[in-house]
Design a protein around this ligand. Structure first.
Ligand code: CP
Ligand code: NVA
Length: 335
């Protein structure tokens, strides 16, 4: 398998074999990290991390992974560069590709990261756009595989805003890898019709399936994985909270949902999550709308069925695999 020079913009661009290869590489890199075996043979290389939206996990994962591989990295924060304001994406791509061996981009429309990649002669990695969050998917898949020992045949139900980056990407992941995806939410939050059609075609080949339902009891019954995400994503206006809470409160992941799924079920969330009032936004929204929890109850979030922190750690191992594979890492041999 040779992924050297490839961009990592969305899972749709990768075959099931390539995705599994990245998962295997991530598992190997994770094992080496746990054993303290160095993998830093990309010494002398540098990567640029562009963040037009904020981040904890993705930024830290790229930085730690880059350091572990021996690389330097430069972080460009949401306000501190010329990108988009004084300099076009095309010019930025050409400038950065002259100094760095790889570029990560987190921002708004998918077309921006695609354009960056078009004009960059070095690999570009999507660290989240409005439409897709592909590095998150590798972490989710690795976490599911570690827990269940397989991916094929796993039943994953996503509740909440299923037409945004995480919901879309989970649907693609399931379609590619032979998993059964259910979007369980009200119809206006179902994923884009065209993407659903594309995923149904992929699922027909992989042995997976795609289901959209508004019925919580039907949609969560027997699920192996119950997944959700924030109801209002980065970049969306604050005014939308009232509507979202109204639309999605019936799709909160709570004890009843987990019990309906069954004792085999695990809970996953890309994080950050609003499961209590211990955040600034959580407290503000909670006070305004008289609620204490949003997409997931604290009880489920903190339960033994929750894999959220394993999932978060796996961001680093999987992002390391993406950089290693696309930059032509030599397996740590130094050759
Ligand atoms: N899951 C995720 O992408 O987290 P951050 O926004 O903290 O990077
Ligand atoms: N849907 C969320 C994901 C955060 C990792 C957002 O875009 O804000």
């Amino acid at each position: 398998m040779d992924l050297k020079g490839r961009d990592f913009l969305k899972l749709l661009d990768f075959s099931a074999e390539e995705i599994v290869y990245l998962l295997d590489l991530a598992a190997e890199l994770k094992e080496r990290k746990k054993k303290g075996i160095p993998v830093d043979t990309l010494r002398g290389r540098n990567v640029a991390l562009i963040f037009e939206k904020t981040s904890t996990r993705t930024r830290c994962a790229f930085e730690v992974a880059a350091h572990d591989l021996g690389m330097g990295c430069t972080y460009l924060d949401p306000s501190g560069s010329q990108i988009g304001k004084k300099e076009s994406i095309a010019d930025t791509a050409k400038v950065l590709a002259g100094m760095f061996e790889g570029i990560e981009y987190r921002g708004y429309g998918q077309e921006i990261v695609e354009e960056l990649a078009r004009y960059s002669k070095v690999p570009v990695w999507n660290g989240l756009t409005n439409e897709f969050h592909p590095t998150q998917m590798l972490a989710d898949a690795l976490t599911i595989r570690e827990h269940f020992g397989r991916l094929k045949g796993i039943r994953l139900t996503y509740m909440g805003d299923a037409r945004y980056n995480t919901g879309n990407s989970l649907m693609v992941l399931c379609a590619k890898l032979g998993m059964h995806f259910t979007a369980c939410t009200c119809a206006r939050y179902f994923p884009d019709r065209e993407l659903v059609k594309q995923c149904e075609e992929l699922a027909a080949v992989s042995g997976g399936s795609i289901r959209l339902t508004e019925d919580v009891e039907v949609g969560t019954k027997g699920a192996d994985v119950i997944s959700t995400d924030v109801w209002v994503s980065m970049g969306e206006p604050d005014e939308i909270w009232a509507e979202r809470i109204g639309d999605l409160k019936g799709y909160q992941v709570n004890k009843k949902v987990m019990e309906n799924a069954g004792s085999q079920a695990v809970f996953m969330h890309c994080l950050p999550a609003f499961h209590d009032l211990k955040t600034k936004i959580g407290a503000e929204v909670g006070a305004k709308f008289g609620i204490t929890e949003m997409e997931v109850t604290d009880e489920v979030f903190s339960s033994g069925q929750s894999l959220v922190f394993e999932e978060a750690e796996n961001r680093m191992h999987t992002i390391k695999a993406v950089m290693a594979a696309t930059l032509g890492w030599d397996g740590g041999t130094g050759r």
